[in-house]
Design a protein around this ligand. Structure first.
Ligand code: C2E
Ligand code: MG
Ligand code: MG
Length: 501
């Protein structure tokens, strides 16, 4: 009889034995205990209750065991037979918790390069067989191999206990070699990347160790067929980054982030036609943090909306206080992230905010970079149109770098294009930069939108831009980003009224 049949038969048999013995012996016991009729009835009821409690307990044990069996069936990956990620993480947590600091473990993550291409190449069934073989190849023939798992479609994790740290590299190299042999057997040019982290130096708990191994794998994945060990210096950097995120959140909440204003000039009239607002973050310990750094953090951690609101609030307040808004200044450019334009909520929020400050909205120009990451262009176009009804204008920033293409002008109703400063930088010496700048300016004119050159640092660049018929310019040669008070002084100064020096 096989195991699946033997198990229920055993249960039924045991139950029969137990219940018959109970009936037989409990009645005898009751009779021996008392002859009194009333007492007899009481003992009968009592033994009935005991029987119910006992059988309920047995039933509970059986159901629990069954559930455990079901769980452990789910705990195995059906393709490779390895443990599921949840079992692996649970085990890792338990194992590391019960280890002392003299124990040494290595956790490695293996990820197959271009898995989809391989799967397409060898077909569904062979892919399963290949994954099964890979699973076998990561199970090293070493006595301290502890547990392995398939953590996602083409990713594996394995934990090994080390006797001495000399073995680390040889273990990982062996896994890598065994993977190559496996690929060779399937006649495919498959490669893999491995990221490894050590306990306790790269993390003294499961979460940290996993984060370190994931980080190492991320580094390895920058190329193909690579092995990377976790670098403790990178952990330190990551910790610093996390800390910086919290500090940035605080700076936004406490409104300690500041704004500065860089003037934009009309090249022909030599007059200021507007300002670009730039955020500045000076931290007590980090010093001045570049916007390139903190804007990226804000994008990653969904702080952009709050940051933009703070910038708008401060800009409107400061330019009003110094009496420039709508007088000397008729255009105020604020940078927004494409992440915000992608979000219906963020754009609605912005729309509602500007409705409360219509005089400011009319003068506002929103600069967008990285338009290539705009997800739903029709939805973005609707958000742009909605804001345009309030008088807001739009600019495509840093044009010519990244993946922004001319097709954006067909899709979004923009008013301005800013030639990236990398083309302006060598305008005098590089004919290619000059040709590209000239092309962008011509196209802008064709679309009937303003062209602005950013990053103008000398008179020569400005002169070339004038010959190329560029309309506006901005850069250190014309004016550095400055606080509102200084802007007011430069715009209202009687000796040099708003003009290029
Ligand atoms: P951007 O919008 O292209 O801003 C122009 C950047 O060029 C500013 O850098 C400005 O200080 C710098 N710049 C201006 N003239 C010159 C010049 O002649 N030479 C050189 N080498 N650089 C010049 P900054 O302030 O470091 O900002 C960098 C980027 O960070 C900005 O590029 C913008 O994309 C982003 N950013 C700044 N503030 C904000 C903000 O409040 N919100 C968002 N979403 N992004 C912002
Ligand atoms: Mg800008
Ligand atoms: Mg720019």
């Amino acid at each position: 009889m096989d195991k699946t049949k033997r198990y229920p038969v055993n249960i039924v048999f045991s139950y029969l034995m137990l219940s018959s013995s109970w009936i037989l012996f409990s009645d005898l016991a009751v009779e021996a205990l008392s002859n009194d009729l009333q007492e007899h009835a009481f003992f009968q009821t009592f033994k009935g209750l005991v029987f119910i409690v006992m059988t309920s307990f047995l039933l509970w044990v059986l159901v629990k065991k069954n559930n455990r069996d079901l769980e452990s069936a789910n705990d195995l990956d059906s393709v490779t037979g390895l443990h599921s990620p949840s079992v692996f993480f649970r085990y890792l947590k338990k194992r590391l918790k019960s280890s002392d600091t003299s124990d040494r473990y290595i956790l490695f993550l293996l990820d197959i390069d271009d898995f989809k291409t391989i799967a397409d190449q060898i077909g569904f069934e062979n892919t399963h067989a290949f994954l099964k073989d890979v699973a076998r190849s990561i199970e090293l023939p070493v006595e301290h191999q502890l547990l392995s798992s398939r953590v996602h479609s083409d990713g594996f994790a394995s934990l090994i206990k080390l006797n001495d740290t000399e073995q680390i590299e040889s273990h990982i190299a062996l896994v890598h070699r065994r993977f190559s042999e496996c690929a060779y057997r399937y006649d495919i040019a498959a490669t893999c990347c491995i990221g490894a982290a050590l306990f306790p130096s790269d993390g003294n708990n499961a979460k940290q160790l996993m984060a370190s191994a994931t980080h190492a794998l991320g580094q390895a994945k920058k190329s193909k067929n690579a092995i990377e060990f976790h670098d403790p210096k990178l952990t330190e950097l990551e910790r610093h980054r996390q800390e910086m995120v919290l500090e940035l959140r605080k700076a936004i909440d406490e409104k300690t982030l500041e704004v500065v204003f860089q003037p934009k000039y009309n090249i022909k009239s030599k007059l200021v036609v507007g300002v670009e607002v730039l955020s500045r973050w000076t931290h007590e310990r980090y010093g001045v943090v570049s916007p390139e750094v903190f804007i990226a953090l804000a994008e990653e951690h969904q702080f952009c909306r709050d940051l933009t609101m703070l910038v708008l609030e401060k800009t409107s307040h400061q330019l009003r206080t110094c009496g420039l808004l709508g007088k000397e200044l008729n255009s105020v450019s604020v940078n927004i992230s494409a992440v915000e334009l992608n979000s219906v909520d963020d754009m609605d929020y912005l729309d509602n905010y500007l409705r409360r400050d219509p005089d400011f909205a009319r003068l506002l120009c929103l600069e967008i970079t990285e338009t290539a990451i705009l997800k739903d262009i029709d939805q973005c176009a609707r958000a742009v149109q909605k804001l345009k009804k309030q008088g807001v204008s739009f600019s495509i920033d840093d044009f010519g770098v990244g993946y922004t293409s001319f097709s954006i002008f067909n899709k979004l109703d923009v008013d301005e294009i800013k030639v990236d400063r990398s083309y302006i930088k060598d305008l005098e010496t590089n004919y290619r930069s000059r040709a590209i700048t000239s092309g962008i300016i011509d196209i802008a004119r064709g679309f009937g939108i303003h062209a602005v050159a950013e990053g103008v640092e000398n008179a020569q660049q400005l002169a070339i831009l004038e010959t190329l018929n560029c309309e506006q310019a901005q850069g250190y040669y014309l004016g550095y980003p400055m606080p509102s008070q200084q802007l007011r002084e430069s715009l209202t100064s009687e000796t040099e009224p708003c003009s290029i020096a």
